[in-house]
Ligand binder design. Structure first.
Ligand code: MLT
Length: 411
């Protein structure tokens, strides 16, 4: 008889965002007149910008003509997109990335979830806590952990608490670890690592032989000019880091799907016999075996975000969301909340009031203000007592949500 992967039984019942969706649907069913405002999942709300729509349309027309039709494209992505990425995301910041070091894909969720496949099953994984749940869950599925304890921590994972107490700057792990997941600007805390902080991680990885898996999906939201947008702005990072980037939040592609992963040729890990193997080749092998490339019209659409028009239009939308973030941050502060993030990231991270647990506050906010957010504990045990609001919504909804939260009783 076929047998299941028992590691799935170790996972918490549901992935965080579907679980929130389920609770919200139940609330709406019981309260059909409530006008619920969703600041939960970080899903964009503004339409694709005109430059992107035009490029996508033109590419669809090409595909509908004899001369322009294309079948399978290169699994790693078309050169027109890869070259635009190299020039605008990297060369413009003094970073040289080779064509064959970029792998275009359909999302950073998939890439940051799949990357663990190229590492040994007994690799020790270090995670900042709280963090985007995909990193943990995919390692649980792969069997790199024991069961979760009563405190919500999985045996075998090295948790690096990242809270207000350490100014959202996790300490280097004391024990040996093989894989270090970092996310900056951070989902969910909104904290962004400085160049010095990233340099500390790079030095640590070089010293210990660890590989850094750096998720920069939110780099477009950085407003502080001193904060690096890529880990490769740090000397030596090419030897130890893989970077994930996405068009999802940058250009409203959550439903359109396009992202990329950078695997420099220098980054290696050891084979069983001690030989150093380039991860670029392994990821290329995995990618070409399991993925057939992002569709041509979507890659043309992604490339259009780098034209001068496309860039200006997408920057306008990011500015719009960041103004939402400012309104949320300042509105919460006026209402007496302790608030973090929202300056270099589209997420606002707040302390739940009066000792309420994250899920208690979720229920209270939904029940009293009809506003949906994300409980901090859903991102890891150290997220307990925190709560995340996202800046992705219309201005009217953000203003209304903040007004309602302001009217909520303190307890
Ligand atoms: C989030 O809300 O954390 C993100 O939308 C999840 C994602 O990007 O997959």
């Amino acid at each position: 008889m076929a047998r299941i992967n028992e590691n799935y039984a170790k996972l918490k019942a549901g992935y965080l965002f579907p679980e929130i969706g389920r609770r919200v649907a139940a609330f709406q069913k019981a309260n059909p007149d409530a006008k619920v405002i969703k600041l939960g999942i970080g899903d964009v709300t503004r339409p694709l910008v005109p430059a992107v729509v035009e490029a996508m349309r033109a590419a669809v027309d090409e595909m509908g003509s004899d001369a322009g039709f294309r079948g399978y494209g290169p699994e790693q992505g078309y050169d027109f997109l890869i070259d635009a990425i190299r020039e605008h995301d990297y060369a413009s910041r003094g970073v040289t990335i080779g064509r064959d070091e970029i792998f275009v894909s359909d999302g950073s969720k998939c890439d940051s979830g799949n990357i663990q496949e190229i590492f040994a099953t007994d690799s020790v994984v270090a995670l900042t806590d709280p963090v985007y749940p995909v990193y943990l869950d995919t390692n649980v599925m792969a069997g790199r952990t024991g069961a979760a304890g009563d405190d919500g921590r999985y045996a075998g994972i090295v948790y690096m608490p990242t809270t207000a107490e350490n100014d959202f700057t996790p300490a280097l792990p004391k024990e040996h670890v093989d894989l270090i997941y970092l996310c900056s600007p951070n989902n969910p805390t909104g904290a962004a690592a400085t160049k010095e902080q990233l340099a500390t991680w790079v030095q640590h990885a070089k010293k210990t032989g660890a590989v850094i898996l750096f998720d920069a999906a939110y780099e477009a939201f950085i407003s502080d000019p001193k904060i690096p947008h890529s880990i490769y702005e740090v000397d030596g990072a090419r030897e130890v880091a893989i970077e994930f980037r996405s068009f999802s939040k940058t250009a409203g592609f959550t439903g359109t799907r396009c992202a990329f992963t950078v695997v420099p040729k220098e980054v290696t890990a050891a084979a069983g016999n001690g030989e150093r193997i380039a991860l670029n080749g392994l990821w290329n092998r995995r990618h070409t075996t399991k993925f057939n490339g992002v569709s041509y019209p979507i890659q043309r659409a992604a490339a259009a975000t780098y034209s001068s028009e496309g860039h200006r239009q997408t920057r306008d939308i990011i500015a719009f969301y960041m103004e939402n973030a400012r309104l949320i941050r300042e509105g919460l502060q006026r209402a007496g909340y302790t608030v973090y993030g929202g300056v270099n990231a589209p997420y606002i991270w707040l302390r739940t009031p009066a000792g309420a647990s994250s899920w208690e506050f979720f229920d209270r906010l939904l029940g009293t203000a009809n506003v949906v957010g994300t409980p901090g504990s859903g991102f890891g045990p150290s997220g307990e007592g925190y709560f995340r609001l996202s800046a992705f919504n219309s201005r009217a909804n953000v203003e209304e949500a903040i007004a309602r939260i302001g009217r909520m009783p303190a307890k």
